[in-house]
Design a protein around this ligand. Structure first.
Ligand code: VGL
Ligand code: ZN
Length: 209
């Protein structure tokens, strides 16, 4: 079974959102083309879904500002602007994303004391989300990963998919993803490639099965 994982294609990470990724919204038509022409047997999506007092928010750390390093649960943590708060429009999928064919939504980041970049488990690896069990049960043999942001949640999700789904071919769809920081994106792609994740384009994904 061939599966597409859409990571955090939410208003919060697009133009006008609280944690807008540069040109994040530009991937929406590319993701839609993958969904309609990629011949996927299954399309799943992750959704960053934080409580209003999430510990990754700089607002919860007096004296700190967004994009400064802080700590959370005793570990170094990038502090973010408040974003993707449960039930707000910032947490909604981008309105132009074709969600009709999304068969499973994995919410993440609900526990205030730990962040969850990966769609598969918390950053401290203390809890699984359920997505790995779901995909293993579906016997996914090819998993294409794309979305926002390449250097955070897309990278973490692709690396976890590679580690947690042995025997599944994991591919990162580069043009269907955007990152927060250019140097971070370059490093993320190198890290994914070194882990055995294939770096492909949406044209590759649509032309192959
Ligand atoms: C993300 C930072 C904080 C992401 C989520 O989706 O990449 N980045 N929360
Ligand atoms: Zn978040």
């Amino acid at each position: 079974m061939k599966c597409l994982l859409l990571v955090d294609i939410q208003n919060g990470f697009c133009s006008g959102g609280n944690l807008a990724v540069p040109n994040g919204q530009d991937i929406v038509p590319i993701a839609n083309r993958l969904i309609s022409e990629g011949e996927y047997d299954l399309v799943v999506a992750s959704q960053d879904w934080h409580p209003a007092d999430h510990g990754s928010f700089a607002s919860q750390h007096p004296g700190s500002r967004p994009f400064e390093m802080g700590t959370l649960g005793g570990e170094p943590q990038m502090l973010w602007p408040d974003h993707c708060v449960q039930g707000t429009s910032d947490a909604d999928f981008h309105p132009d994303l074709d969600t009709a064919r999304v068969g499973y939504v994995q919410r993440k980041g609900q526990r205030r004391d730990v962040d969850s970049y990966s769609a598969f488990r918390d950053n401290d690896h203390s809890a699984l989300t359920g997505l790995s069990d779901y995909l293993a049960e579906k016997r996914v043999d090819v998993l294409d990963v794309c979305g926002l942001a390449t250097d955070y949640c897309v990278k973490a999700s692709a690396l976890d998919a590679k580690a947690m789904l042995p025997g599944t071919d994991i591919r990162f769809v580069a043009d269907a993803s955007r990152g927060i920081d250019a140097a971070g994106v370059e490093a993320a792609i190198a890290e994914m490639a070194a882990a055995g994740i294939r770096i492909i384009t949406s044209a590759d994904a649509i032309g192959s099965r």
